[in-house]
Design a protein. Sequence first.
Length: 158
Amino acid sequence: MTDPITKPDGTRAHRLQTIRLAPGSFAHQSFTGAPAVGGTCVRVGGTTGARQGPGPLAAQPPELVLPQGARDLLGNLPEGAQRFLQNPFLGDDRRVYAHWYYEERVELAHSDMWVWCCFTADRTVTVAAGHRRLARGMHPHCAVWTVLCRRAAVLRAG
């Protein structure tokens, strides 16, 4: 993490905070597709969007306590990526810190969004970097995602 600071002489700088990661603990997985909402995608017109298919909703996994912006970002990612990023923290009573950034560019026929997010706690860090393409006029749940997620164990200071 970096934080902007002003040094005693008045010049601007950045304070860098790092964490050490355990060798051999690294895992990664790629995810593609759309968020899991069930049903088919339709053009947005009024309140329509992704339609729910018949049958009961699948059981939802436990949720982390995260800032609304982080929850919104996660909810747009494919379901597998959501699980990969959150599962290491479920049942952990320590605070999970969330950092994220996204940028969107709108073209005539589609929009592109690039996202980055990081979740950290005392024992684990998870990171995702991804790209979303959404055809013009389609509901965001119909977007096509490509996301690379990484996870590692944090080394405790000794």
